[in-house]
Design a protein around this ligand. Structure first.
Ligand code: PMP
Length: 334
């Protein structure tokens, strides 16, 4: 293969830039790095999980030529599976709850996925998208259920790629890593890879309201308080992927801080990103403020803002939800 050429779409996943958020870092007197996962071919951090899940299923023989990949997803994993699946000749069946942005659902259809929208339901309900996906896979011949929540290929992909990339890009000059959990694959894989290289590095879970990872990391209990309009993050159970996490601490970020940070990032840093990135960067900034001046904190820029035009960037939606941004600077962090 000619040097510099990526052989196929799979090889174009990962190797994303690590961006210094220059104005935020200057304001804090600490460096905040964002791993630009929204620059993956499918536009999100979930390209990595999808890539490693497919490669693992191919090498174990469960996914065979002409096969079907079934997954329940908040959207990004489905987008990644559909694109990578198309490149390999697989059919993709995506089960998605109806409370996700219509941009993600429209995009899945445009990519050719067989999209099954189901009513949003709690995990304990058998009609929750996760259970529907599992049952759907059982009814289709030559189909695999990607099972991103419990499939260890998700965590492994981040442990082998995202974590080492961050370490090499910072040349080990890093004091903390902070990010939110959907499946927990990113946090678990990156925290494990970084702690292995530098045990003193601080790892902190960023948790939206309505999620139980905060209470779980703080005191081993699965409690939750309030709710959140964030998408793709927040979970009320311990996934198999999260069991590999090495978390020193957790921090809560409410929707007000998420929205203010999303709008700060586009206005001040030229970064057009989604709500989970707002949660991550707000949490990274708060963690950085607890560390000595000059410290460096890395987080994940999960996906792009275009997926949320009708929500996070729609003045009517923002007003309806009492989330119209009003900060002039970073006062919402304190
Ligand atoms: N942000 C967004 C927008 C996502 O879709 C996801 C995955 N659901 C995450 C963050 C969290 O990633 P992970 O599943 O690795 O915890």
């Amino acid at each position: 293969m000619i040097a510099g050429v990526r052989r196929d779409l799979f090889e174009a996943v990962g190797g994303t830039p690590l961006l210094r958020l220059s104005r935020l870092s200057a304001a804090l007197g600490r460096t905040i790095y964002g791993k630009a996962e929204f620059l993956n071919p499918g536009g999100s951090v979930k390209d990595r999980a999808a890539k490693y899940i497919i490669l693992d299923a191919e090498s174990s023989g469960t996914l065979r030529p002409g096969g079907t990949i079934v997954e329940g997803t908040a959207g990004n994993t489905g987008i990644a599976l559909a694109l990578l699946g198309n490149q390999r000749g697989y059919t993709t069946v995506i089960v998605i709850p109806d409370d996700q942005s219509h941009e993600k659902i429209d995009l899945l259809r445009a990519l050719g996925a067989d999209v099954r929208v189901v009513a949003a339901a709690p995990f304990t309900n058998e009609n929750n998208y996760y259970h529907v996906a599992r049952r759907t896979a059982q009814t289709i011949p030559n189909a695999v259920w990607a099972d991103q929540f419990n499939n260890a290929a998700n965590f492994e992909g981040h442990r082998r790629s995202t974590g080492p990339e961050i370490w090499e890009q910072t040349e080990g000059e890093l004091d903390a890593f902070v990010c939110a959990c959907g499946t927990g694959g990113t946090f678990a894989g990156v925290s494990d890879a970084l702690k292995e290289r530098k045990p003193s590095l601080r790892t902190v879970v960023a948790d939206p309201m309505g999620s139980s990872m905060y209470s779980y990391v703080k005191r081993g209990a699965l409690d939750f308080e309030g709710d959140s309009l964030s998408e793709g993050i927040g979970i009320k159970r311990v996934t198999d992927n999260f069991t590999h996490a090495r978390a020193d601490d957790a921090i809560r970020i409410d929707d007000r801080a998420m929205i203010e940070m999303v709008h700060y990032l586009v206005r001040e840093e030229g970064l057009f990103v989604g709500g989970s990135t707002g949660v991550n960067v707000a949490a990274a900034a708060r963690v950085a403020a607890t560390l000595p001046a000059g410290s460096a904190v890395a987080t994940i820029l999960c996906d792009g803002g275009a997926r949320y035009m009708s929500r996070l960037f729609d003045p009517a939606w923002l007003a309806e939800n009492g989330l119209t941004p009003k900060a002039k600077g970073l006062e919402f962090l304190t």
